[in-house]
Ligand binder design. Structure first.
Ligand code: PXG
Length: 464
């Protein structure tokens, strides 16, 4: 068997990586000078690197390893499915057991009335599907001019042309452009942008931007609004309680479609199967990926409400699909992942045990001299680093300087906690236990203390 072993010294692996592997969202020349950290194994919430360090993974890989690493059942299922039927397509009036079973299971788990699934290979692909689906939906309904999709600044919806355009990140638009027909409104980020308003006043104001934008564009031109229930890659921005109910009211009033991008918030992350349930959102379409398979196989999709699915299915072909839509091995693995999530009551564990336990300890981080807001929902949380909590000040240094330095301390202390600008974010595997949370928090405090000391010593603890 051609097994890929960890048979080389780290430096040699790093040199080969630097020579041949182009990393996503990375300046490869800089990484080549530093050398990538090479992961070699995983079990539960723990990663092992090529130097034998045991690292606690506070990010569940890339927000995806919900059931934790090392569940051999998924490999068993993958092998069995490969042996049985490694691949077949679902394009030309054929189907197969894993895609059927997974679609039916998702229909059972999804909110009522969302009984249909269009499969993709990733979250980005699924959002590309969504762009085409909502436009095609309005075509069929006799309103082809309804094409514009409203999204949000600092949202993240993937990095294909479609996903990157729906996302509201200038750094992504700057590399390769942005599709026409997608417009962005403000994000519900009270800490950074709320000024003198209360969080709820600000949440309401940001939601009302949707109404203003619909009226400005003309409702006859607007197809849909897309948002993450909680912005993930944008820094775990948990919206004020007033935000989603007002968005829902506006979407209902104007009859546009609502797409909830559940790529991060789906499959237990917020303490329910879907973030839409946690926030009382009633979407027409939900984007899914990541936790759908806990990252054990690449798979994504769109869960579609009955009305949209009926319209889409009633008027000729929908000329769209991917070779790997509903891939049987990925679907079988996803199904096994859902079985584990459900039978082991992992979502209940998030809601009743790990979420409240980590949430309380996380909130206490706001006592740290460098931490302002500390928020968490389910098992996704963030802290805002600040030189002045009272004024919610930004640092004078370039945004991300303090965040990056803090992340480096975490990395050195064998804790994976990421930074987005000067926010630190966390989203551990959902199976994390209270004992592991204690270790995680101990490392987080230590890293923050070290970072704070260094930042003060270097004269960086200064407001903009
Ligand atoms: N929607 C959301 C809400 C996501 O978080 C995607 C879509 C795209 O999924 P794919 O499978 O195409 O990557 C994502 C992905 C980060 C980071 O830095 C986050 C994601 C991907 C890469 C990096 O936090 N989220």
């Amino acid at each position: 068997m051609n097994k890929i072993t960890n048979h080389m010294p780290t430096a040699q692996l790093q040199a080969l990586d630097a020579a041949h592997h182009m990393h996503p969202f990375t300046e490869n020349a800089a990484l080549a000078r530093k050398g990538a950290r090479i992961m070699t194994g995983g079990k539960g919430v723990w990663l092992t690197d090529s130097e034998g360090h045991k690292i606690i993974d506070g990010m569940a890989g890339l927000w995806c390893v919900n059931i934790g690493y090392g569940r051999t059942e998924l490999g068993d299922v993958a092998k069995a499915q490969m042996d049985q039927l490694a691949y077949y397509n679902t394009f030309f009036q054929t189907s197969h057991v894993p895609a059927i079973a997974l679609a039916a299971k998702l229909a059972e788990l999804a909110p009522a009335g969302m009984g249909h699934v269009f499969f993709a290979g990733s979250g980005s692909e699924a959002n590309d599907t969504n762009i085409r689906m909502v436009r095609r939906y309005w075509d069929i309904k006799g309103q082809p001019e309804k094409r514009i999709i409203i999204a949000r600044h600092n949202g993240y919806h993937g990095s294909t042309m479609g996903g990157g355009s729906l996302g509201g990140m200038k750094a992504i638009h700057d590399h390769g452009g942005k599709l026409a027909g997608i417009v962005h409104i403000g994000e519900p980020n009270w800490w950074a942008q709320g000024g003198d308003m209360t969080p709820d006043e600000f949440g309401l104001a940001r939601a009302k931007e949707l109404e203003a934008k619909i009226l400005e564009l003309g409702v006859e031109n607007v197809a849909a609004f897309i948002g993450e229930p909680v912005q993930g890659a944008g820094g775990v921005i948990i919206p004020p309680g007033s935000y989603w109910p007002e968005v829902q009211r506006i979407v209902d009033k104007y009859g546009i479609l609502l797409i909830a991008d559940e790529v991060i918030t789906g499959f237990g992350r917020t303490g329910n199967w879907f973030g839409s349930t946690t926030f009382g959102i009633r979407p027409h379409i939900m984007t899914i990926a990541k936790g759908l398979s806990s990252g054990y196989q690449p798979i994504g999709g769109s869960i579609v409400c009955d009305e949209v699915a009926e319209v889409m299915g009633s008027n000729g072909d929908f000329n769209h699909g991917y070779t790997y839509s509903g891939h049987p091995v990925a679907a079988a693995v996803a199904l096994e992942n859902l079985r584990i999530l459900q039978e082991e009551k992992i979502i209940e564990h998030v809601r009743d045990v790990a979420g409240p336990y980590l949430g309380a300890k996380w909130a206490a981080l706001s006592d740290h001299p460098m931490v302002g807001e500390a928020k968490m929902v389910g098992l996704m949380g963030s802290i805002a680093l600040t030189p002045n909590k009272a004024t919610r000040a930004k640092f004078a240094s370039e945004t991300g300087t303090v965040g990056y330095r803090t992340r480096e301390r975490c990395f050195a202390n064998n804790l994976i906690m990421r930074h987005v600008g000067d926010r630190m974010i966390i989203a551990p595997p959902l199976v994390v236990t209270p004992d592991e949370i204690d270790i995680l928090m101990e490392r987080a405090w230590k890293s923050l203390d070290e970072s704070f000391a260094a930042i003060k010593a270097d004269g960086l603890f200064v407001s903009a």
